[in-house]
Design a protein around this ligand. Structure first.
Ligand SMILES: C[S@@+](CC[C@H](N)C(=O)[O-])C[C@H]1O[C@@H](n2cnc3c(N)ncnc32)[C@H](O)[C@@H]1O
Length: 561
């Protein structure tokens, strides 16, 4: 084992504690058997091959949901070529390696394996020997592996960054280049799995899809783009892929250590053995069978950029628009997010009832004020602790404010931003820019199926649950029509992660991906048509005018549906 960066004793204590922690803390979520079979099938770990020639790795085997089917397949395949099962030992010892950190899981799964091998006629001594050789006890991320693998499969643990002990994170960071920002534990699991694949080997895993588009996934995406091929992607959001309900947005991904190529894609398959087996065939057949729901996309990866799993046609529309038009911000529109206070119950309240000086209160607009597509203000205000110069006001100059904050000091002081900055303990998390109130703006709630864009004519300050767009160059009514069109949705759907129920996130980072012509390049007639359509529900006409704005060809229009 590589020299540890920490005092070995410290780290092993931490590891021991982690190994014995609750299933939740260890990120233990188990995979349904039909889903496991599907993953093994699409990775090509099937009994049509001599599986004893392969070396398969399960990095965190837990209760053996992958490991037992793997061994079943291995024995079946072995029996085909050598019915004499008693001499399996040398032939199969290198066929499997499986790692697990939790002792209880290891004991439980070892017993299951022993029973399985015995029912298949493997003598007990040989079985025990095999199990001892196959199973590696310890932390997968800190364990040396004996050789490279033809297959790596599993369901890596979901442990959020904040739940991993600091000393352990430091040790992982020293070993793995892909741990970035607030990366979950599954990120280095994927890195290590990929690094330990032999040429043409396949990794198949089910885990959260967030890294494929978000910030912390950047370095891992870059590594994959450089040296690997994403051969398959199955969106499992809203499917019962696991034996318990989970918060993560799961996807099954197969990555091969070979030159990049097309990616086969399927979305939300039915979790039934027969349909999954049919889907596995469509995902791996030389040509995609007619009538299957599998599609194929080229160039899914692009350096560290978010992955794009879209049909070639839609992708080429995006690429063309990206080449021909400036970004929405280059076209003079600013995108921001409303104020986060850290304690809304103190900083936000009915305007007429907040007991602070009048010039410290700013009318606030949130999602509840715009449910009907126009602003219907419910009377809330936010307390602004900042002066015109951008600095916090002196409480001595505002006796009512001082009194109010004193009364609520316990709650205010509990916030992280107050702990970090004891002098400025009464600041809101974000600074408040009162000038924003009087600017007309478009308001956009975060999670929505369709773009919900509301015009606000310059009377309110946006709350944290809203994004806003302001512009000195674009007419905001015309922009409203563009943003509620199929073009904006195309950009968001391609770059944003999808939430349960098929919703997209209309966050600033994705809104900024939208391309927009310069206002001075928009013909006068078109400007008027766009502004006039701002309040219209006629989606078809809005789309037609916006498609004209972007000079979409007939086939580009057809591909957007
Ligand atoms: C999501 S479960 C998956 C179990 C199994 N692969 C399945 O799909 O049913 C993750 C497992 O990883 C184990 N684990 C967590 N951290 C680990 C580590 N650093 N090394 C090895 N195993 C770990 C947990 O104990 C848990 O059993």
């Amino acid at each position: 084992m590589r020299q540890l960066n920490l005092f070995q004793a410290d780290l092993s204590d931490i590891l021991k504690e982690f190994a014995d922690s609750t299933a939740e803390d260890r990120g233990a979520i188990f995979t349904r058997p039909e889903v496991v079979d599907f993953i093994l099938d699409i990775c090509g770990y099937t009994t049509t091959h001599n599986l004893n020639n392969y070396r398969i790795l399960e990095p965190s085997f837990g209760d053996g949901d992958f490991l037992l089917p793997i061994v079943k397949r291995l024995l079946l395949s072995y029996k085909k070529i050598s019915p004499e099962i008693s001499n399996v030992l040398p032939a199969l010892s290198d066929a499997v390696r499986a790692v697990e950190i939790n002792n209880q899981s290891i004991e439980k799964t070892s017993s299951k394996l022993l029973r399985l091998l015995s029912t298949q006629g493997v003598p007990e001594k040989a079985s025990r020997h095999l199990i001892e050789t196959w199973i590696i006890r310890g932390d997968f991320l800190l364990t040396d592996l004996p050789f490279e693998f033809t297959h790596v499969v599993g369901n890596p643990p979901y442990v959020r960054h904040e739940r991993i002990p600091d000393a352990l994170i430091r040790e992982y960071r020293a070993r793995f280049t892909t741990i970035y920002d607030r990366a979950d534990l599954y990120i280095p699991f994927i890195e290590k799995g990929l690094v330990n694949l032999e040429a043409n080997g396949t990794m198949g895993f089910i885990c959260s899809d967030r890294w494929m588009k978000n910030k912390y996934g950047g370095p891992l995406r870059e590594m994959v783009a450089k040296s690997y091929h994403i051969s398959g992607y199955v969106d499992m959001v809203d499917t019962p892929a696991f034996t318990s309900d989970v918060i993560a947005y799961p996807a099954i991904t197969t990555i091969r250590r070979q030159k990049a190529g097309p990616t086969r894609i399927a979305i939300q398959p039915e979790i039934q053995p027969a349909s999954l087996s049919e889907l596995a065939h469509a995902m791996t057949a030389r040509t995609i069978p007619a009538g299957s729901h599998v599609t194929e996309a080229e160039n899914v990866t692009n350096g560290a950029n978010p992955w794009i799993f879209q049909s070639l046609e839609r992708l080429s529309v995006i690429r063309r628009l990206e080449a021909d038009f400036p970004s929405i911000e280059e076209s003079g529109c600013k995108i921001g997010i409303g104020v986060a206070t850290g304690a809304d119950n103190v900083f936000i309240g009915p305007l007429d009832r907040l007991q602070v000086e009048a010039d410290r209160k700013i009318p606030l607009v949130g999602t509840k004020d715009i449910v009907n597509g126009t602003v219907d203000w419910q009377g809330k205000a936010v307390i602004n602790p900042f002066g015109k110069d951008g600095k916090l006001v002196h409480l001595s100059a505002y006796p009512m404010l001082a009194n109010y904050f004193k009364k609520h000091s316990k709650t205010i002081l509990k916030r992280n931003c107050a702990k970090k900055n004891p002098k400025g303990w009464y600041r809101t998390i974000d600074r408040i820019y009162p000038d924003l109130v009087s600017r007309p703006k478009l308001l956009i709630p975060d999670i929505k199926g369709d773009a919900h864009i509301v015009y606000e004519n310059g009377r309110y300050y946006p709350h944290h649950n809203l994004y806003y767009v302001v512009s000195d160059r674009w007419d905001l009514k015309a922009l409203q029509t563009v943003l509620k069109s199929g073009i904006a949705k195309l950009f968001i759907s391609i770059y944003s992660t999808r939430m349960r129920g098929g919703y997209f996130r209309f966050q600033a980072q994705y809104l900024r991906r939208i391309r927009l012509p310069f206002w001075q390049d928009v013909p006068k007639k078109m400007r008027t048509a766009l502004s006039n359509l701002a309040d219209s529900d006629d989606t078809e006409t809005c789309n037609r005018v916006v498609f004209d704005l972007y000079n979409l060809t007939t086939s580009e229009r057809a591909s957007l549906g």
